[in-house]
Design a protein around this ligand. Structure first.
Ligand code: UDP
Length: 235
């Protein structure tokens, strides 16, 4: 059976209630069940990247007096905690997973080794790519773009709080329009809030399309992974 390999990125905040902190196990379990249902049809290989903003963001904490590089390391460690929560929930619904970390944490996760990651995917395991890029001053959006290109994913799914990419902030501007399709150049030139510019550039250079969709609507993660055309496609 032909296999479609994809990477799903969600922010750390996606794992807790709106405006909350930490991890809500119910949300993580729902996510795991959606991934499990999408996988059950066969033909799909899934890599996950989760942010760390539900615990720490380097830039934010730097404004409060902790140096940026330390803050970024704390943020990267937060992504490892989130990855472990996802792993536990996925394993709980019968999915074999591996957490691969860009930072060495040998007691809790394997190191990210490119060929090993590919082998896990080929064997049908869900890989959860933790620890960001392993470098400060980057984001987990950039991590997602980088890893998606490295593993040869055909789509980067970016799960967000809103339905897709809008011409303006849909919360404050009732005139804001949802785009169905955008080019990478549109995103960069109009400074649309899809992902940071580093992530967009990487996707553009490597012709990796991004589907931005809302994970607030029940079942949307499963729908997106199944190839349903939701939200905004950036290509
Ligand atoms: N981070 C980093 N390098 C990376 C990825 C992440 O330093 O390659 C740090 C950075 O401080 C960031 C934090 O980890 O603020 C959490 O990641 P991010 O803000 O992307 O999480 P999200 O907003 O998606 O939850």
């Amino acid at each position: 059976m032909a296999q479609r390999r994809v990477l799903l990125k969600m922010s750390g905040e996606a794992l807790c209630k709106e405006g909350g902190f930490g991890i809500d196990p119910k949300i993580v379990l729902d996510l795991a069940m959606q991934v499990q249902r999408a996988l059950s049809a066969g033909g799909l290989q899934v890599a996950l990247v989760v942010g760390g903003g539900n615990f720490v963001r380097g830039e934010q904490i730097a404004r409060q007096g902790i140096d940026r590089i330390t803050g970024d390391k704390m943020g990267m460690l937060a992504t490892i905690m989130n990855s472990l929560a996802l792993q536990s929930a996925l394993e709980g619904v019968g999915i074999v997973t591996r957490v691969l970390s860009a930072i060495h944490v040998n007691d809790v996760a394997e190191p990210f080794i490119h060929r090993r990651c590919l082998r896990h995917l080929e064997k049908g395991r869900v890989v959860i790519l933790a620890g960001g890029t392993g470098h400060p001053y980057f984001s987990t959006d950039t991590t997602a773009a980088l890893r998606a290109v490295e593993i040869g994913a055909t789509m980067l799914y970016k799960a967000t709080k809103v339905r897709g990419v809008y011409s303006a902030d849909p919360v404050s501007d009732p005139e804001a329009q949802l785009y169905e399709r955008l080019s990478f150049l549109d995103v960069l030139q109009k400074r649309l809030k899809v992902m940071d510019a580093t992530a967009i550039s990487l996707c553009m250079e490597n012709k990796l399309p991004i589907l931005v969709f809302s994970m607030k609507e029940p079942g949307n993660v499963e729908r997106a992974l199944n190839g349903e055309r939701l939200g905004t496609l950036v290509e």
